[in-house]
Design a protein around this ligand. Structure first.
Ligand SMILES: [Ca+2]
Length: 493
């Protein structure tokens, strides 16, 4: 298999990465006067820097998402995979030590963009071809667009595939590029026998490794933006999700990794890290790195059978053990947020919407209540405790309930009818090695009651097999210009 990958990679070199200059390299830079002033009004200034000359521009937001990256797959967690650009973000930003995403792609993406529980929304598995993030939901892209932001998506969507009304250019993004489905071939951009690569709904036949193309689009968007308006860039890499594919040049950068799958996986991570470096350099060269709030986070734990590592945690992608949901994340805003720190309280994928809108000084336009919490002040002020009654994370059949020192895990083995319930003192036992359910049945009952109380919408993810979806787009809502898999395949028949 790896031989095939290597063969496929021949001649697919990438340009050398441009080194990212740190804020210190760039000098004092300009100050984020607007945001600081606004944050002062909001009383959220405990850890905010207040030097330099004022600038009237509204801050930008760059949210970078990795796909299936495990805890032990970044340099700053001690991995053998070197990630120098991500490590700069970690060094200069605030590391979220207890960041909990959902165990799978679509639920985390739904939580990020809505601020609401994907369990409530019925996004309980990866969204299938006919599944749709409910169109009634208000998205972060819409709130920011209404506030005057240019809204860009470069990369993976995975919140609606067949229905045009669910595509990103209909969900608040002025510009979108990349793929709609869960995964693509990195070189051909094909998913399940059809091209899944577009710019604003028009199919693209491009040469190149998808990670490099996504980063290049992000750089183009930064360079071509209207500088008189702020922008929101959702940079959603498909790396290092399967299939295991990397360029030969990237693979050669990891001669010390012996396990073939891990070596190719490391090369995929390196390509993403290089792309992040190019984006950071573009921000610096545009002189807006200090005018930009940047988040970097994985969307769920790594798939161990594909070379990822979640050590020292138990579990992997799809599970509610720590290895499936506790993933790397960093909040970075030089000149505004004092970096070099670690935020040690729970932060969930649902918390981004309220936290980031507060940071930017923009009222959310939601009409429905958010499930996430606004943690901007807590991130800025070390020691501010956040009150949470309980936190429920999970997907169909696999749930985690956090409350105080406890974590309950309810999981269902593949093919099993009944679920199992385990209980851990998660702060003392982050590796989830000692099940305390028998010793504390009263705690189990209390946390199960919290789990039962979580609102649950009917599933919208639709696990219909791919072969049943031929021509569905035309039946549902025609998209003649979008040669996404189902349309292209139907055209060939
Ligand atoms: Ca994922």
């Amino acid at each position: 298999m790896v031989g095939d990958v290597l063969q496929a990679c021949l001649g697919q070199g990438i340009p050398p990465p441009r080194p990212y200059r740190t804020p210190a390299d760039l000098g004092a830079g300009r100050l984020r006067g607007f945001a600081v002033g606004l944050a002062c009004m909001l009383g959220a200034v405990g850890c905010l820097v207040t030097t330099g000359a004022a600038q009237s521009a509204q801050p930008n937001l760059v949210y970078i998402m990795a796909d299936d990256l495990g805890w032990n797959d970044v340099g700053y967690h001690g991995s053998e995979i070197r990630t120098p650009n991500i490590d700069v973000l970690a060094k200069d930003g605030v590391r979220l030590d207890r960041y909990y995403a959902f165990p799978l792609c679509s639920p985390t993406r739904a939580a990020f963009l809505t601020g609401r529980s994907p369990i409530r929304l019925g996004v309980d598995t990866p969204i299938g071809p006919r599944g749709v993030l409910p169109l009634s939901e208000h998205l972060l892209s819409e709130t920011l667009g209404d506030a005057g932001y240019q809204t860009f998506l470069a990369g993976k969507w995975h919140l609606g595939i067949d229905r045009v009304a669910a595509h990103p250019y209909r969900r608040g993004f002025d510009h979108s590029y990349g793929h709609l489905g869960p995964s693509i071939d990195y070189f051909t951009h094909v998913w399940q026998n059809g091209l899944d690569w577009h710019r604003n709904g028009v199919a693209l036949h491009e040469d190149g490794y998808s990670t490099d193309l996504i980063a290049a689009e992000a750089v183009r968007l930064i360079e071509a933006r209207d500088p008189s308006r702020p922008f929101f860039l959702y940079l959603s890499f498909n790396a290092p999700h399967s299939p295991l594919q990397a360029t030969e040049e990237q693979i050669r950068r990891h001669p010390d990794i012996q396990r073939p799958q891990r070596q190719v996986y490391a090369a995929m991570v390196s390509a993403m890290d290089d792309g992040i470096g190019r984006v950071l350099a573009a921000l610096a060269e545009a002189g807006i790195d200090r005018d930009t709030l940047l988040v970097w986070a994985s969307d769920n734990g790594g798939a161990r059978n594909l070379g990822a590592s979640n050590r020292p945690f138990r579990g992997a992608k799809g599970s509610a053990f720590e290895g499936g949901i506790r993933v790397p994340a960093v909040v970075h805003w030089p000149g505004v947020l004092n970096g070099g720190r670690q935020f040690e309280q729970i932060f969930t994928a649902m918390d981004w919407f309220p936290t980031l809108t507060t940071a930017l000084g923009i009222p959310p336009k939601n009409t429905e209540a958010l499930d996430g919490l606004d943690l901007w002040k807590a991130i800025g002020e070390t020691g501010t405790a956040v009150e949470r009654r309980s936190t429920v994370i999970g997907v169909d059949g696999n749930y985690a309930v956090f409350q105080g020192p406890w974590k309950l895990v309810q999981f269902t083995r593949r093919g099993a009818q009944e679920s199992q319930t385990l209980l851990f003192r998660i702060m003392e036992d982050p590796e989830e090695s000692e099940d305390l359910a028998q010793a504390h049945p009263e705690v189990v009952e209390e946390l199960l009651a919290e789990l039962r109380a979580v609102p649950r919408g009917p599933s919208v993810s639709s696990r219909r097999p791919a072969r049943a979806r031929r021509g569905r787009a035309a039946e549902n809502e025609p998209a003649p210009e979008l040669l996404a898999p189902w349309v292209e395949r139907a055209a060939k028949d």
